[in-house]
Write a protein that binds this ligand. Structure first.
Ligand code: HEM
Length: 390
């Protein structure tokens, strides 16, 4: 065994990939052991089995996602199944339409990243996590919802408290109510007079003559920061980490920004921010010949699937020149990420603006400890990215 189980699965500092490689080689369906009980039951690690489970939403249901967080976040899309999920998703999907994405690119995303990078450009040194990635997708989500920039920190703090509601219930409920009350006037203004923005689309979207109930509308808005900001900021850090550790590739990407989409897709495969999603078996079944009993929780380890040697050659290597192959960083099946086009847009704009405005980017050798490292068990990203430029 080339890993220590407790440190591999440490929530904040874990390095789980060697463990998953060993487990997958032994059997692609592993009991979720000590330390991995975040998901309980069993874990599915192989590429084709992960795909099978995520596509078979009748046998592997998502309602488990409401068990701990539901009372704080509300009736969430990630925890609904079947027809209920399909209707809800069709309604909110209208707000992610292509023309909206185009408007966000020039009108929202570019100005936000440009101003964050411009603020550090004259300094010659920065921590790209603290100064750029941590702030950028939060500000984009706030802009999309219509929350003014000066309230972004407050909004982000409520999202954290809602997310950690199962640990601190009082703060979780207080943040849930505070965020709803903050959003109510924004929602009511769009209800009275649609402005063509994302929130207007959400409020007025109709499927079969029904609009979103308030419960689901506010639930969806509460989900947007954890689903859309936390995930994207981490992947952007992972992409920058990979580039900084591969100066030859970084030089190529400086010279040819058309390589940026390859950087993004390869980073999503190699080090996505979200390494697993949860399901629960609705009946006795089996995966890869292993029995799974009704009611068992199933950790679907998309991170492990993205490094399955049966699907990817030299899976642990970050290689932007590998032939295009599908990854499951955004999941697959009926719950596949609704924000993936926005995420790709933000990542592309983010890398383009950084490489345009910060020449000769390199790690700062005098920045001290801790060493920049991608770390974490279920959520992964670098702790810091101290750099020099210019
Ligand atoms: C690189 C960034 C992102 C990653 C890695 C990511 C990852 C994922 C994954 C793995 C799922 C599937 C969950 C499941 O199957 O249970 C998902 C669902 C979802 N994501 Fe993302 N996501 C990202 C960015 C975003 C953004 C920017 C938004 C919106 C602002 C967003 C909104 C959603 C929503 C609403 C769902 C639920 C879809 C459903 O249940 O039908 N995500 N995401």
């Amino acid at each position: 065994m080339a890993y220590d189980h407790a440190s591999a699965t440490d929530f904040f500092h874990g390095q789980p990939y060697p463990m998953w490689a060993d487990q997958r080689a032994e059997c692609p369906v592993a009991p979720a052991g000590e330390g991995a009980d975040l998901m309980g039951g069993i874990q599915v690690l192989g590429w084709s089995d992960v795909e099978t489970v995520l596509r078979d939403a009748e046998t592997f249901a998502s309602e488990i996602n409401l068990r701990h967080i539901g009372e704080f976040m509300g009736e969430l899309i990630v925890g609904l199944d079947g027809e209920e999920h399909r209707k809800y998703r069709n309604l909110v999907a209208k707000a992610f339409r292509a023309s909206q994405l185009e408007q966000w690119d020039d009108g929202l995303v570019r100005p936000i990243i440009a101003s964050l990078v411009d603020a550090i450009a004259p300094l010659g040194r920065a921590d790209l996590v603290r100064d750029v990635t941590l702030r950028y997708p939060v500000q984009v989500v706030c802009g999309i919802v219509g929350v003014p920039l000066e309230d972004a920190d407050r909004f982000a703090q409520w999202a954290v408290e809602i997310n950690t509601g199962p640990i601190n219930r009082e703060a979780g409920f207080a943040a849930r109510d505070a965020m709803t009350e903050y959003l109510r006037p924004l929602v009511e203004a769009r209800r009275a007079k649609p402005t063509g923005d994302f929130l207007s689309d959400l409020v007025h979207a109709e499927v079969d003559g029904h609009t979103l109930t308030d419960e689901r509308l506010y639930g969806f808005l509460r989900l947007l920061l954890p689903a859309g900001a936390e995930t994207t900021y981490r992947v952007m850090g992972n992409a920058l980490f990979a580039l900084l550790n591969n100066p030859d590739v970084l030089a190529r990407v400086y010279a040819d920004h058309d390589l940026i989409p390859k950087v993004i897709e390869e980073t999503l495969r190699w080090e996505s921010s979200v390494t697993m999603v949860s399901r629960v078996a609705t009946r006795d079944t089996e995966v890869a010949g292993c029995p799974i009993h009704e009611g068992m929780s199933v950790g679907v380890v998309t991170g492990a699937a993205n490094r399955d040697p049966a699907h990817f050659d030299r899976p642990d290597v970050w290689d932007i020149d590998r032939p295009p192959a599908l990854h499951v960083a955004f999941g697959t099946g009926p719950h596949q990420c609704l924000g993936m086009h926005l995420a790709r847009l933000e990542l592309r704009a983010g890398l383009e603006e950084i490489l345009t405005r910060l020449p000769n980017l390199r790690f700062d050798p005098d920045a001290g400890d801790p060493e920049p490292l991608i770390e974490g068990y279920a959520f992964r990203s670098p702790n810091r990215l101290p750099v020099l430029f210019g």
